[in-house]
Design a protein around this ligand. Structure first.
Ligand code: TLP
Length: 360
C-alpha cells in the first residue's frame, strides 16, 4: 500500500495513525506478558508459550493444528508452498494481497503460477469464473492445485466474505480435488462484521492464515491453521524459509492476549470507522459513501475541487494535528484510512474536526 507522505520517524503514542492497523502498538498488558513469558526452543517444540498459542488458535478456528509464523506474508507463503508444487497453479483474485503485495513470493520461491480472476465489489470471485479457471488434465496445461480467498478483502475496503459464499467455493474445491486457502489476515474483523463465529467462516478451508499483529495489536506474528498433516508439512516449509524460531514465546505471549482479549472488541473499531466516514461525508471536497464501510477500513476520494494538493493536506494534518493519514488504494484513485485499538472515538472526532478546518 503506497504511503502518501513519508513521516519523519518520530511517531509517538499521541499520534493518530490511520495508515493501517499494522501500526498498532502492543498494549501495556501485552508488554507485561512478554516480559514474564515462559520460553523454550520452539524448533525443538519446547516453547510452552508458543505451544499454548498454537493450541488455542487451532481450537478457536476449529482446526486440528496451528503454526506460529513471523508475518501474514510468511503465513500465506508457507501455505501456498505447502499446497502447490513448481509449475502448478493457484486461482486467486487480481486484487488479492498474495498477488499484489507479497513481492511475487509464490512465484519467486515456489515457481507457482497465479491465475487471477477479477475481484467483485463485494470482495468475491464469481463462482463461474472459478469453475472456468480450473484446468482440465492435458499435458499443455499447468495443474490447478489451490484456490485462495481473502477475508476481509482489503483492496475493496475491508469487505467481509460470508460463510455461505465460502462454503460454495469450498464445494468447488472439493469437487475438483483442489485445496482452499483463506488469507484471513483480518478474519476476526470479518467474524465481527458478519456477527458469525469465526469457525463457521473458515470451516470449508483447508488452511487459514490470520494476523495477530494488525487489529489485534500484537507486535509480531501470524498463525497458520489446518489439519495435523498439513501443519506438519507447513512446519517443514517454514523451516526451509528460515522461519523456525527459538525462544519466540516472548512474542507469542502478546499473541495470546491478542487472541483472548482483542478478538472480542473489533466491533468498536468498525463503529468508529462508520462514525469517521459519516463525519467525513459532511465535509466539502470529500467523496465518500459511508454505506461502503463494512469493517475497519474506509476508502474515499478527494474531489477535483480540492483547494490544496493532497501532499500539502497530508503534511498539515501531520504537523498541525498530529494525524498520519492513509495510503493510496486501487492505483492512486482512492485513499484508505484504517481504524484500530488506538483510534478511540475522541480521536475520530479530532480527525473530523481537523479535516473540516483544513477544507472549509
Ligand atoms: N497488509 C498491509 C499492507 O501490506 C498492504 C496493510 O497495511 O493492510 N494479507 C492481507 C489481507 C493483508 O492486508 C496483509 C498486510 C497481509 C496479508 C500481510 O501481512 P504482513 O504485513 O504481516 O506480512
Amino acid at each position: 500500500m503506497p504511503v502518501l507522505a513519508d513521516n519523519d520517524g518520530h511517531l509517538t503514542m499521541d499520534t493518530i495513525d490511520l495508515r493501517s492497523d499494522t501500526v498498532t502498538w502492543p498494549t501495556p498488558a501485552m508488554r507485561e506478558a512478554m516480559a514474564n513469558a515462559p520460553v523454550g526452543d520452539d524448533v525443538y517444540g519446547e516453547d510452552p508459550t508458543i505451544n499454548q498459542l498454537e493450541a488455542e488458535a487451532a481450537a478457536m478456528l476449529g482446526k486440528e493444528a496451528a503454526l506460529f509464523v513471523s508475518s501474514g506474508t510468511m503465513g500465506n507463503l508457507t501455505a501456498v508452498l505447502t499446497h502447490c508444487g513448481r509449475g502448478q497453479e493457484m486461482i486467486l483474485g487480481d486484487l488479492a494481497h498474495i498477488f499484489r503485495y507479497e513481492a511475487g513470493s509464490a512465484a519467486a520461491f515456489g515457481g507457482i503460477q497465479p491465475h487471477t480472476l477479477p475481484v467483485q465489489p463485494d470482495g468475491t470471485l464469481k463462482l463461474e469464473d472459478i469453475q472456468a479457471a480450473i484446468r482440465g488434465e492435458n499435458e499443455h496445461f499447468p495443474r490447478t492445485k489451490l484456490i485462495c480467498l481473502e477475508n476481509t478483502q482489503g483492496s475493496v475496503g475491508g469487505v467481509p466474505i460470508t460463510p455461505e459464499y465460502t462454503a460454495q467455493v469450498g464445494q468447488i474445491a472439493r469437487d475438483n480435488n483442489l485445496k482452499l486457502h483463506i488469507d484471513g489476515a483480518r478474519i476476526f474483523n470479518a467474524a465481527a462484521a458478519l456477527n458469525v463465529p469465526v469457525q463457521e467462516l473458515v470451516a470449508p478451508a483447508d488452511s487459514v492464515s490470520f494476523c495477530l499483529s494488525k487489529g489485534l495489536c500484537a507486535p509480531v506474528g501470524s498463525i497458520l491453521v489446518g489439519s495435523k498433516d498439513f501443519i506438519y508439512e507447513a512446519r517443514r516449509t517454514r523451516k526451509a524459509l528460515g522461519g523456525g524460531m527459538r525462544q519466540a514465546g516472548v512474542v507469542a505471549a502478546a499473541g495470546l492476549i491478542a487472541l483472548r482479549e482483542m478478538t472480542t472488541r473489533l466491533a468498536d473499531d468498525h463503529a468508529n470507522a462508520c462514525a469517521l466516514a459519516e463525519g467525513l461525508a459532511k465535509i466539502p471536497h470529500i467523496e465518500i459513501d459511508p454505506s461502503r464501510v463494512r469493517s475497519n477500513m474506509i476508502l474515499f476520494r478527494f474531489a477535483e475541487s480540492l483547494p490544496i494538493s493532497i501532499e500539502e493536506l497530508v503534511t498539515r494534518l501531520k504537523n498541525d494535528y498530529n494525524i498520519v493519514m492513509g495510503g493510496y488504494a486501487n492505483g492512486r484513485t482512492e485513499i484508505r484510512l484504517v481504524t484500530h485499538y488506538w483510534i478511540t472515538r475522541d480521536r475520530v472526532d479530532h480527525v473530523i474536526h481537523a479535516m473540516r478546518e483544513l477544507l472549509t
